[in-house]
Write a protein that binds this ligand. Structure first.
Ligand SMILES: O=C(O)CCC(=O)C(=O)O
Ligand SMILES: [Fe+2]
Length: 362
């Protein structure tokens, strides 16, 4: 596949034999990816969501959760830095998936190219929506999670301009289910807020390509504004002069394996089979500096952007905060449904963390 240089393979460790202290030392503090095995045996998701033949049990989803409204990415259509997103019911998503399989078989037999869209259900807040259906328990390695802890206990306003009790909703979280047919994929990115993520394959197989943060500059254009979208594209050397020098880490993640994604590592992910996965974004003391640095960087960009109108602004600082909220979160926002939710979340999160962290980082 392509002309990518693969330098290293991601380590694989039996999670049942790994002590928490070792995990912290080697992977959280070391900020290195790892695949953990043996941690999903008791998960309800691994029996309910998987058919006896090992493939996704789509009819179970359609019957049990068919009415849920979810975000779906059209993997064939780019929309700026991401794939085009649609909203639909789980039932409609599954009909599309089943239709696609039938169509693909017919097309494969005739030997012609596959047409149409390839849909990937992403960022489904499954735990939030079905708290009583305990699909899995978060492995202890990932439990020190300040992001979801914060969001579970905070409320925000639906409409940022109306501050009224009834206008409040519980914050969305960063706990997701992903489902997609073979061929669905996620473009190159680093995670929201430069958080860590972990991702568990309930069924199927994923290919992960990772780029260590020390090589991050190589996937950016000369103005350090845009990064490469798809590493398998014919990436323009004029636009991305460093790209040819990149050396990637690769991992094929099998069913029942959990991958730990460190902070600030760019990654691109391909479903090599029909796949269902569960993933969380999270941060804690070991990667808070990544989150903090990104916020400060983005704050400075937001400020710089409106510096020339500073004199005519009544409240320059609050406009900066609003722009920071809109830019840092909405562009990469996986957890929040609208810009006003993003702003409310970010106002709370940014100002409290900037204040608290600011005082001890000084
Ligand atoms: O599974 C995918 O398609 C993407 C997952 C991802 O980017 C992550 O867990 O950080
Ligand atoms: Fe990611």
């Amino acid at each position: 596949m392509g002309g990518l240089q693969i330098g290293e393979k991601v380590e694989r460790v039996d999670g049942r034999k790994l002590r928490y202290e070792e995990f912290v030392e080697r992977y959280l503090k070391g900020n290195r990816p790892v695949v953990l095995t043996g941690l999903m045996d008791a998960w309800r998701a691994c029996s309910d969501w998987v058919s006896p033949d090992g493939r996704p049990n789509l009819s179970f989803f359609a019957h049990r959760f068919g009415k849920s409204r979810v975000q779906v990415a059209d993997c064939c259509t780019r929309d700026f830095t991401d794939q085009k997103r649609l909203e639909m019911s789980v039932a409609d998503f599954i009909s599309h998936w089943l239709g696609l399989s039938a169509e693909k078989c017919a097309i494969d037999l005739s030997g012609s190219e596959k047409m149409g869209s390839l849909l990937y259900l992403k960022d489904w807040h499954f735990v939030k929506e079905y708290p009583d259906y305990v699909a899995y328990t978060t492995p202890p390695f990932f439990n020190d999670d300040w992001l979801n802890l914060y969001l579970d206990s905070h409320y925000m306003h639906r409409d940022s301009d109306i501050h009224h009790d009834k206008n409040e909703i519980n914050c969305a979280d960063y706990r997701f289910v992903y489902m997609g047919a073979k061929g669905t994929w996620t473009p190159l990115h680093a995670d929201v807020f430069r958080s860590y993520s972990w991702s568990a394959n309930v069924c199927g197989k994923k290919q992960w390509l990772f780029l260590p943060p020390s090589q991050r500059h190589l996937v950016f254009d000369r103005h350090l504004k845009h990064s490469v979208y798809n590493v398998y594209d014919d990436v323009s050397e004029t636009q991305f002069p460093g790209f040819k020098k990149t050396i990637w880490w690769e991992c094929i993640q099998e069913q029942n394996e959990i991958i730990f994604v460190p902070s600030g590592w760019y990654h691109q992910v391909h479903n090599l089979e029909d796949t269902i996965s569960i993933n969380h974004n999270w941060f804690n003391a070991y990667n808070l500096s990544w989150v903090w640095n990104l916020l400060v960087e983005d704050y400075n960009v937001a400020k710089e952007y409106i510096e020339d109108i500073r004199d005519i602004c009544d409240d320059f600082e609050s406009i900066c905060q609003r722009n920071l909220a809109a830019n840092t979160v909405s562009g990469v926002c996986k957890g929040l449904a609208s810009l006003s939710q993003c702003q409310c979340f970010c106002k709370g999160f940014c100002s409290s963390s900037l204040e608290k962290a600011g005082s001890w980082l000084k």
